[in-house]
Design a protein around this ligand. Structure first.
Ligand SMILES: [Zn+2]
Length: 406
C-alpha cells in the first residue's frame, strides 16, 4: 500500500468523518437515555450500511437501556475481524444543557459529549473501513467484518459480551477496541491490558441498646465497621497492582441508640486474574464474628462480606502481544513510536482477550473524557478530540490491519 496516497485518501475523507462525528455528538446518548441511544444506533447503522454492512439491533437485558448494535459484512472467507465501540456516554441531557456542552470546534479541538469517548472511535472505525474498502478492495471483500456497539458500556453492560460472542461464528483474527488513545511524553499508547474489577458490600450487624441506660448491652456496628474498613484498606498491595477502595459507609439511626447496623461498599481492581481471586478470598474471609463485642455479655458484632459484581481482568497475554508488535512495527515504519499501556479502567476489551487477540486504544487522541465543564480561566476544559490525531492513527490502523490479514 502506497503510504502517501493512502494518507491523501484519508485526508480527503476527514471532512466526511468530522461531519459524521458532529451528527453523532448532537444525539444525546447518555446510558439511561434509551431513546437517544437507539436513535444514535439507527444513525450509526445508516452510516455503515453505505459500506455494505447489515445491522441487527439487540435489546439490552436491562429494559432501561437502549439496544446494542451488531453489524456484519460477510466476506468470501471465514476469516473474521471484530471492531468494538459503544453508543452510550456519561452525560445526561440536562447536564449538557446546564454546561452548554455541545459540538464546538476551536482550532484543532472538537469539543462535545462523546467526541473522545467514544464517538470519535466510531468515526475512526468508519475512516479505517472506508480506506480499506477503497484501497484494498479484494482484502476488504475477503474478510468477514463484525462491528459491535455496546449500548451501555459506561454502566458495564452485563449482556454485551454474550451478544458479541453469540454472533462470532468464527474466532476472530483480532478484536479491535476503539477507545481513545492516551499519550505519555507525546508518545501514543495502545492498551494491552486492563484491570479487572469487583464491587463488594460489607454489612455489620451489632446489637442495638439504649445509649443512656444500657450502653454496655450494645454491640456497636459502626465501631466494628470502622475496624473492618481499615482491614479492607490494608488489602491494597501496590506491588501486585491491587487496589481496594472503600467508597461509601453508612450506619446507625438515632442518636440515643447504640447502632445495630452499618454498611460499607467499594471495589477492588487488579490486572492478574490470580491476584483478583486472592483479593476476593481475602475480602470474603472478613465474614464472621467481629472483634467488637458488648461489654455486658460479649455478644459479637457479625460481619458479612459479599461480592456484588465482577468484571474479569485482561492481563498481558501472547495474543495481545502479537497485535501490539504488529502495530508497534507498523508505527516505526511510519516514523512514529507507540508504546503499550496497562490501564486501571475497564473497557469491552476485558471480555474478549481470552477469545481472540485483543488490542484497545485504537481511537483518536484527546483529553478530559467524562468532563462537561469549562471554567472561565480555562483551568477546566470539557472533553475534546484532537482533529489532527485522526489521520495518523487511521494510517497506522489501516496498514497494521492489512498486515495482519496479509
Ligand atoms: Zn469508552
Amino acid at each position: 500500500m502506497d503510504l502517501a496516497s493512502l494518507k491523501a485518501f484519508l485526508e480527503n475523507q476527514m471532512p466526511k468523518a468530522l461531519e459524521l462525528l458532529r451528527q453523532m455528538v448532537q444525539i444525546n446518548s447518555f446510558t439511561a437515555n434509551a431513546e437517544g441511544v437507539n436513535r444514535l444506533g439507527r444513525f450509526t447503522a445508516q452510516q455503515f450500511s453505505g459500506l455494505g454492512f447489515e445491522a441487527e439491533f439487540v435489546s439490552s437485558t436491562n429494559p432501561g437501556w437502549g439496544n446494542h448494535l451488531a453489524m456484519t459484512r460477510r466476506g468470501r472467507s471465514g476469516r473474521c475481524i471484530a471492531l468494538i465501540a459503544h453508543l452510550d456516554t456519561v452525560f445526561p441531557p440536562e447536564e449538557e444543557l446546564a454546561n452548554n456542552f455541545q459540538w464546538l470546534v476551536e482550532g484543532d479541538r472538537a469539543f462535545g459529549p462523546g467526541t473522545l469517548d467514544i464517538k470519535g472511535g466510531t468515526a475512526m472505525m468508519w475512516l479505517v473501513l472506508t480506506a480499506l474498502q477503497a484501497r484494498a478492495p479484494s482484502l476488504f471483500d475477503e474478510i468477514t467484518w463484525k462491528l459491535f456497539w455496546n449500548s451501555s458500556e459506561e454502566r458495564l453492560s452485563p449482556d454485551f459480551e454474550q451478544v458479541c460472542r453469540q454472533r462470532l461464528e468464527h474466532t476472530p483474527l483480532a478484536v479491535l477496541v476503539f477507545e481513545a488513545e492516551n499519550r505519555r511524553n507525546g508518545c501514543s499508547l495502545l492498551v494491552a491490558a486492563r484491570k479487572g474489577r469487583a464491587t463488594w458490600k460489607v454489612t455489620v450487624t451489632g446489637r442495638g441498646a439504649h445509649a443512656g441506660g444500657n450502653l454496655k448491652q450494645g454491640a456497636n456496628a459502626i465501631l466494628q465497621l470502622a475496624r473492618t474498613v481499615q482491614q479492607i484498606e490494608a488489602l491494597t498491595d501496590f506491588t501486585k497492582h491491587l487496589t481496594f477502595n472503600v467508597a461509601t459507609v453508612r450506619g446507625g439511626s438515632v442518636l440515643n441508640r447504640v447502632p445495630h447496623e452499618a454498611v460499607a461498599q467499594g471495589e477492588f481492581r487488579a490486572f492478574s486474574p490470580q491476584v483478583c481471586q486472592e483479593a476476593k478470598a481475602a475480602l470474603l474471609k472478613l465474614s464472621g464474628p467481629g472483634e467488637v463485642r458488648s461489654l455486658a455479655d460479649h455478644y459479637a458484632c457479625q460481619v458479612t462480606a459479599e461480592i456484588t459484581s465482577e468484571s474479569r481482568a485482561w492481563p498481558r497475554n501472547p495474543g495481545t502481544e502479537r497485535l501490539l508488535a504488529l502495530w508497534t512495527e507498523t508505527a516505526a515504519q511510519q516514523g512514529k513510536s507507540v508504546l503499550a499501556e496497562e490501564r486501571g479502567g475497564l473497557s469491552d476489551g476485558n471480555g474478549f482477550w481470552d477469545l481472540a487477540p485483543t488490542l484497545d486504544g485504537l481511537g483518536p487522541w484527546g483529553e478530559n473524557d467524562h468532563c462537561s465543564q469549562r471554567s472561565p480561566d480555562g483551568s477546566k476544559l470539557p472533553e475534546f478530540v484532537e482533529i489532527s490525531s485522526f489521520v495518523p492513527k487511521a494510517l497506522l490502523n489501516v496498514v497494521a490491519i492489512s498486515k495482519l490479514l496479509a
